[in-house]
Ligand binder design. Structure first.
Ligand code: GMT
Length: 376
């Protein structure tokens, strides 16, 4: 099939899922066309079947806001016509599903019936999409997609609760390409460049937006390191970076925290990790937790959104109420203080992650494409 993928080309989970999906589809022999404003950061695989089409928005002084949706829908029309695409798969409703609806209408005028698959990822529904400023347009574009998918049962429920949805919603979970998670042996994973043998390594990866509650990460780590000698690796950049740097300084633990910035190699960084912290306010799925588990790392998370679909209480880690950093620290200490127990949690984390392997999840997307292109 010829599939156009529209996504944010950034480190965010929706962009990562869209890019990994596109690369996997190309390996299966589909022709994939990424349509976005920059080359996706996770696009690390080149083939004859992967194309990138840049959406360029000309600056014009009259515009206070540059009309990205217009440029995007025009580019979609151009690419669908030029390459005879069968499907446009848009990731994250805002504004991609809306722009796809416009492209679909423009193509209809030309006698072309393009099918639109919309994948909802989380904040496009829970935080931003349901805001009164956007709700009408988001609801309209979901209802006018040919197929709608969400990344968890929890996000499906939220979508049905927050919007009036007339479409069936298919749940297709986030996935992991285990080929990118080879077992990294002790000699390759140079833990001693970061921590001493007696120290445990704790990791948090996110875009450091308020929804991730990075200040809770610091608070949990502060409480853990008082009992278990440890270091904190913080991967990602975002608005709360400065706040948590100051917090670490005030708590007197700045020398125990490594700020690593954005990284394309989370799979490699995770080989150092003994415990992953994800105390988010809400998380539709929690791809970062799944990536940690794929690298044999137990997860301390909240019990919000889709996290209970990924992290299993007492098996792959623990789940606490949002903001309960005492409980999260207590659970982290429980896992870390006994090496045998830590190894058990690590093994269970890996086994659970395997349920979400690319091989298990990709067929669900392919089935959606097959159905929608046959109109049944
Ligand atoms: O987590 C973010 O802030 C990024 C966001 C995105 O859309 O890029 O991630 C969302 O999509 C991921 C992939 O489907 C999910 O695993 C994340 O849980 C979800 N984030 C939230 O719901 C906060």
């Amino acid at each position: 099939m010829k599939i156009g993928i529209v996504c944010y080309p950034t480190f965010g989970g929706s962009g990562v899922v869209a890019t990994e999906l596109g690369m996997a589809l190309a390996q299966e022999g589909h022709h994939v066309h990424f349509i976005t404003y920059k080359q996706p950061v996770r696009l690390d695989f080149i083939s004859n079947d992967i194309h990138f089409h840049e959406v360029f928005v000309e600056e014009y002084p009259l515009f206070h806001f540059q009309p990205y949706e217009l440029a995007l829908s025009s580019k979609m029309v151009e690419v669908v016509e030029m390459y005879n695409l069968d499907i446009l798969h848009v990731h994250y409703a805002i504004p991609h599903a809306y722009a796809a609806y416009m492209a679909k209408q423009m193509l209809k005028e030309k006698g072309i019936d393009i099918k639109v698959v919309t994948t909802l990822h989380g904040t496009d529904i829970t935080l931003v999409g349901s805001h009164p400023n956007y709700k009408t347009a988001v609801e309209f574009s979901i209802n006018n997609s040919d197929v709608v998918t969400t990344v968890s049962e929890s996000l499906k429920k939220d979508t049905l609760r927050l919007f009036t949805i007339k479409k069936e919603i298919h749940v297709i979970h986030n996935f992991i390409d285990f080929e990118k998670y080879p077992e990294i042996h002790a000699e390759e994973c140079k833990r001693n460049t970061i921590a001493n043998d007696n120290e445990r390594i704790i990791t948090h990866i996110s875009n450091l937006r308020p929804v991730k509650r990075a200040t809770d990460v610091m608070d949990i780590f502060y409480k853990i390191q008082k009992e278990i000698p440890s270091k904190l690796l913080l991967v990602g950049e975002g608005p709360d970076r400065e706040t948590i740097e100051c917090q670490a300084k005030k708590l007197g633990i700045l020398d125990r925290v490594l700020f690593l910035g954005n990284s394309n190699e989370v799979n490699k960084l995770l080989c150092y990790s003994d415990l992953f912290l994800l105390p988010s306010e809400t998380e539709s799925f929690g791809l970062a937790a799944l990536e940690a588990m794929a690298a044999r790392t137990p997860v301390i998370s909240t019990n919000s959104g889709g996290l209970p679909e990924v992290n299993i209480e007492g098996v792959t880690g623990f789940l606490s109420n949002v903001g309960d950093t005492d409980d999260m620290a207590k659970n982290g200490i429980f896992i870390l203080k006994d090496l045998e127990r830590l190894q058990e949690f690590k093994q269970h984390a890996l086994e659970q992650a395997k349920r979400f392997s690319l091989q298990n999840v990709l067929p669900a997307y392919q089935e959606v494409y097959r159905k929608v292109s046959k109109n049944c």
